[in-house]
Write a protein that binds this ligand. Sequence first.
Ligand SMILES: Cc1ncc(COP(=O)(O)O)c(C=O)c1O
Length: 367
Amino acid sequence: MSQEFLPFTRPSIDEATIAGVAEVLRSGWITTGPQAKAFEAALSAHCGGRPVRAYSSGTITMEIALRLAGVGAGDEVITTPLSWVSTANVVLEVGARPVFVDVDPRTRNIDLSLVEVKKNTKAIIPVDLAGLPVDRDKLYSIAKAKNLRVIEDAAQAFGASWKGKPIGSFGDFVSFSFHANKNITTAEGGALVLSSEKDIALAEKLRLQGITRSGEDGMDCDVAGGKANLTDVAARIGLGQLPHLKRFTERRRALAKRYFQLWDRALGCELPVEDFENCNWHMFQVVLPEKRSRGAFIAGMREAGIGVGVHYPAMHLFSLYRSLGWREGQFPHAERIGRSIVTLPLFPAMNDRDVDRVCEAAAKVLK
Ligand SMILES: Cc1ncc(COP(=O)(O)O)c(C=O)c1O
């Protein structure tokens, strides 16, 4: 009997949320309005009451955070090469230069011991790859000592925590994504946690053309903002997702535990860090042995009815970044991991048997 295709991820949207979205669609107000406000309030509650503003994507959220931090032409921003290319593209978008630092091969996150702060270094963008948080104690001690702004690219880390505190409830700027693959989704969307009330006005203006309204009919524009507001349709999906966060995260943890139990260590793959405290298990990623062809593994798994993702090739080797002077050999860990990393299926609706199936298929393909 042929089995249903198992993708590497799939959102879990319940019927109440679908009905809620239908209600918004019938309400006569579908763009930014009461649902977006309610979503921001719910996110703020999750983030210890800090101010949160919602946007149309995680990418624009980070770009706005960089603008709020005053990052622009002539500035440098430190980040990891092992992330979605959005992380560095936003630095270019504001006219600054991304400066890559290699990753720790164990965590696959930026190796903070390699960070070198120079005269023009203005900020650092750490990325919590797969939802495994970068060491926040080390991060903020460097930021404080070197006077750096931090824009946490926590796109993958919603629901993760650091020593018992939710990611987003402390620190400088924290940027989330609610893209369809994320642990909580709005189909597309993002949110920025602010560290100061004084940034609220500009954070709002930058998402809607720089406009401020006053009185019944007053309108002014004093900054060239863009168009980055989250719709009420999207916000209603997010509001329907949030009550499930704890259950989703617990289910992801249980599935990850099962991977650790069943994965055949003799296959020679590198497994993720076994962190069942902080990590939200956004992804379960293994690094294949270097001599194995990743393409052949993906094709073999697809033949077995299993989807496998690639997150991510080291971005400094993309044409754009090569054209800016980055080259092979500079970040050996990120390059090696970027060539051989695969994302295995992990999402809350998966059952235990699905993990068994992935482990069995991977063993067959790799043997
Ligand atoms: C690490 C990381 N940074 C940034 C982003 C950008 O988020 P979005 O796709 O919502 O623009 C994503 C998600 O796609 C991501 O995984």
